[in-house]
Design a protein around this ligand. Structure first.
Ligand code: ADQ
Length: 500
């Protein structure tokens, strides 16, 4: 459904290219396609209208060879892959530093985790300039340039300095913080003005958009914001900037297809075979302090203490995917998680009969991931804060019999859309999450199906293709009233969380 979108050439820009480039044992470059929703959704659009994907190839090795390898491997694809070269120092200060030690924690409301090193900001600007130079070399006047995520917030400003006049859109995959938190950023004014150099800024949720609007109203002179619905208009001086909420999603139909494959079904059978007569609870997250894994483990322990009837009747399968291991905070987090798992298993294990937590620290194949989604009767998706959280949507899509229960943090972007089906929890409320585990455990089939059906209907309608299509249309539409809010998405309260 790539309908009615503008037909200009598309230039997609992201921190990383959607292909992993690495040298094999024969010293030859090997290119493997990346996976994930963004790649799945954007590659058909790029093929359809032609275009370029620009990004860092993930290695600081000599770039000339890589450009050639990328060009050769992608010759017949209908779009080009263009690398941006980064040095080790740039990767350290721009990627690990400013992006992941300043913006990532601050935008997830964890200011105490921030390292506001001034050299990080300097290199962030330089690297954004580097991306802009590559874009300026590659783009033509009528191209639509779509920049992704918090690593590249300065790119539009740099492009304007380089004289690029094309329309430029930006999508922020992570949350946008409230004014009080954003004000802590030493470079708050520069960054806010940089974002306003885009023609369209997309956020994951209405809450993120509202935070951004609050920031520009408070911090930018001569700004007015009008409109209602999915896309607003801000007038800043003589410029018009569009500001929208576009919840990212998944390729729903492909998930169903893959989740019903023979290999997945066999693996589900094996899982139930080794862990019989109980409900399985799944936690699957990148190793990241925003995902709330220690709080979740504490809640699981609390449920075992307060509801002894759960003993031997539930098992938590916690999978942690290695991530950002060069940053010390991530290393410490892994140690904390592993100590907690050890304590809980030490406290409750019944020798030869029951181990409460099965813990894995590794990447999974697609088949394994889908098998865990299908096999586990309950999912615990309890981030302290999350832009969207695709695991929640993937879990629902894979629930083919619609008998599984999703326990979801109020602070995941997905909560606004899935609030009519998920058991919403505050991840800081240990007893509340423990109660939700018990509620999920005893929930009857009819209620499970009703809840899961509502969530799947919404995810199926607002899938990844809807997301791409609505963003690209919002960039050019004359009439913004054609962009109503998502049906399930209408916030019931001003703070988007349920109140009693
Ligand atoms: P992430 O923080 O990475 O994404 P999420 O949205 O949950 O979080 O996406 C994780 C992805 O990794 C999922 O697509 C999942 O299939 C995959 N995955 C999970 N476990 C895996 C495993 N063991 N092996 C391999 N793959 C695994 C950021 C933001 C989110 C936002 C997304 C998209 O932090 O809030 O939803 O971008 O915008």
């Amino acid at each position: 459904m790539i309908s009615q979108t503008p037909k200009e050439r598309l230039i997609v820009v992201s921190n990383r290219l959607p292909f992993v480039v690495r040298k094999g044992s024969d010293k030859q470059w090997k290119i493997t396609p990346g996976s994930g929703g963004l790649v799945t959704a954007l590659l058909p659009v790029l093929r359809d209208r032609g275009g370029i994907w620009i990004g860092w190839p993930g290695t600081t090795d000599k770039i000339d060879d890589i450009s050639q390898v990328l060009a050769d491997s992608n010759r017949d694809a209908g779009y080009a892959l263009v690398p941006v070269a980064l040095t080790d120092d740039e990767v350290h200060k721009f990627y690990q530093g400013f992006s992941n030690e300043v913006i990532w924690p601050l935008f997830h409301d964890l200011q105490s985790h921030c390292n506001f090193d001034p050299s990080y900001w300097q290199v962030y600007k330089e690297v954004n300039h580097k991306y802009a130079q590559v874009i300026a070399r590659q783009s033509k006047e009528n191209d639509f340039i779509w920049v992704h995520d918090y690593h590249l917030m300065n790119v539009a400003t740099e492009l304007r300095h380089l004289g690029v006049r094309s329309r430029i859109g930006f999508f922020l995959h992570i949350p946008f913080p409230s004014l009080d938190i954003f004000l802590k950023l030493p470079w708050r004014f520069e960054l806010l003005h940089a974002l306003l150099d885009y023609d369209l800024i997309g956020f994951q949720t209405l809450r993120d958009r509202r935070n951004f609007v609050q920031c520009i109203r408070a911090m930018v002179k001569h700004v007015t914001v009008q409109g209602k619905g999915q896309v607003l208009t801000a007038n800043v001086g003589d410029r018009e900037v569009r500001i929208g909420a576009f919840s990212i999603s998944i390729d729903y139909n492909t998930f169903i297809e893959e989740a019903t494959g023979a290999e997945v079904i066999e693996k589900v059978r094996q899982l139930h075979g080794v862990l019989p007569d109980r409900q399985l609870i799944l936690g699957v997250d990148r190793l990241d302090y925003t995902k709330g894994i220690p709080n979740r483990l504490e809640a699981f322990r609390n449920a075992l203490v307060r509801y002894p009837e759960l003993h031997r009747r539930i098992t938590l399968i916690q999978i942690v995917v290695p991530s950002r291991e060069d940053i010390p905070k991530y290393h410490d987090l892994r140690t904390t998680i592993e100590q907690m798992v050890g304590h809980i298993n030490g406290e409750f294990t019944k020798f030869g009969r029951w181990v409460p937590i099965h813990y894995m620290f590794r990447n999974l194949t697609r088949v394994e991931l889908l098998a865990y989604y299908r096999a586990c009767e309950i999912a615990l998706v309890t981030p302290l804060k999350d832009g969207m959280n695709l695991v929640a949507k993937e879990y629902c899509a894979s629930s083919i019999k619609e008998e599984n229960v999703l326990i979801l943090s109020e602070f995941a972007g997905a909560a606004a859309q899935l609030q009519n089906g998920a058991l919403l929890v505050n991840p800081y409320d240990i007893e509340g999450v423990a109660d939700a585990i018990y509620q999920a455990f005893v929930m009857d089939k009819a209620e499970r199906q009703g809840r899961m059906r509502r969530m799947r209907r919404s995810i199926s309608k607002y899938n990844i293709f809807w997301w791409v299509d609505s963003f690209l249309r919002a960039a050019i539409a004359k009439d913004l009233s054609a962009f109503p809010l998502m049906e399930d998405y209408v916030p019931k309260t001003d703070i988007d969380v349920p109140v009693i």
